[in-house]
Design a protein around this ligand. Structure first.
Ligand SMILES: NC(=O)c1ccc[n+]([C@@H]2O[C@H](COP(=O)([O-])OP(=O)(O)OC[C@H]3O[C@@H](n4cnc5c(N)ncnc54)[C@H](OP(=O)(O)O)[C@@H]3O)[C@@H](O)[C@H]2O)c1
Length: 335
């Protein structure tokens, strides 16, 4: 058994990691931490009472390195890079869920903040599993993709070679509120969110350059990506609708089926997808249709699992020589 830890154990993605790691056959959860610590996990997450008992400590990279061979950083961007740098220098494998190691340094600094770990950013592997599986097997640093980019890229990447690169690509995304983390904001108040839906950061969200950068990395083509996210009044789930222009007469559903035929966690659907069928799972469901040269691709994921924690666990499995699917949830919360 490989000893693993979670820094950021009080957050939404931290809790999902705890739940999966409790029953994992190759990992032992040996360390949990938050900014302050000093609490047991049962008190921190009352839903975990009588399921797991472990102290939650004040995060300390030296202690983590003594106790763990691999650490999940379920932290906000900027906080992650300090821990990652210290842990990697001590030989600990890192799976970072934040944006800190996802992007080229220029893209990162344009959209986030100055980077404080230039040494390791070039060593990271983008943990979009279906595209970076082989590279993940040999890296010590996996960078979890953003939740919106995960759903968007899994849907559109197989179809990029058939797109008219001169036409804009529109990405219309809708997310449950857990995507924003546990801290309250004006948008997150019940009266603002209940029975409501609205766009935010239209054409200016940080996930737009991430989507564009990864399309260019995989296919060598620069697309004009236009991304508009929306908040919807559900706890978890993300639905992404992509609108593009085809340059040739192809069957998009057949392309998706062929592309993902060996990928057990991608389900190509015959009808438009929904978020509830993937909630609680690592699945990404995808559907596509065209009319003339107009293309519609629709994908759904659970933002805290496939968009964050289960994708991080899949990366950790690969980094440690385990089967990619070990311990990943597959039973949806339906109904
Ligand atoms: N939520 C999603 O659907 C989703 C999807 C994809 C990626 N992500 C990314 O995953 C990361 C975690 O997201 P989340 O939703 O779990 O966030 P969250 O609910 O806000 O939790 C953040 C966690 O980080 C801890 N923390 C913050 N600063 C820290 C520091 N300096 N040292 C130690 N611990 C610190 C917090 O501990 P305290 O309780 O002590 O403050 C908390 O446990 C973020 O980078 C987010 O962008 C999230």
């Amino acid at each position: 058994m490989i000893k693993v830890g979670i820094v950021g154990a009080s957050g939404y993605t931290g809790l999902e990691l705890i739940k999966m790691l409790i029953t994992h056959n190759g990992f032992t959860l040996s360390y949990l931490a938050t900014t302050q610590g000093g609490i047991d996990v049962e008190a921190l997450h009352p839903s975990m009472q009588d399921i797991i008992s472990l102290p939650v400590e004040k995060a300390d990279a030296t202690v983590v390195a003594e106790r763990c061979e691999l650490v999940f950083l379920a932290l906000p961007h900027k906080a992650s890079m300090g821990f990652a740098k210290a842990l990697l220098d001590k030989g600990v494998k890192v799976v970072d869920l934040s944006a800190d190691y996802r992007l080229e340094i220029d893209t990162y600094e344009e959209n986030y903040c100055p980077h404080e770990d230039k040494e390791h950013i070039n060593e990271s592997v983008y943990a979009l599993i279906e595209y970076y599986r082989e590279a993940l097997k040999t890296t010590n640093l996996a960078a979890g993709p953003g939740c919106y980019p995960t759903a968007t890229l899994l849907g559109i990447l197989p179809l990029v070679p058939y797109l008219d690169a001169n036409a804009p690509l529109f990405v219309d995304a809708k997310s449950g509120l857990s995507g924003a983390g546990k801290n309250l904001s004006e948008n997150a108040h019940y009266v603002n969110m209940n029975e409501n839906i609205f766009a935010y950061k239209a054409l200016s969200h940080r996930h737009e350059p991430e989507i564009a950068e990864k399309i260019e990395k995989v296919h060598g083509v620069k697309l004009n990506v236009n991304f508009v996210p929306h908040l919807i009044p559900v706890t978890r789930g993300e639905l992404v609708s992509v609108y593009g222009t085809l340059k040739e007469d192809v069957n998009p559903l057949a392309i998706l089926k062929e592309h993902y035929k060996d990928d057990p966690f991608i389900r190509i659907r015959e009808n438009p997808v929904d978020i509830k069928s993937t909630a609680g799972t690592h699945f990404c469901d995808i559907y596509a249709i065209k009319k003339g040269n107009a293309l519609f691709v629709s994908s759904a994921i659970d933002n805290i699992l496939r968009g964050a924690s289960s994708q991080a666990l899949a990366a950790a499995n690969l980094m440690c020589g385990y089967n990619e699917g070990m311990g990943l949830p597959v039973i949806p919360y339906m109904p």
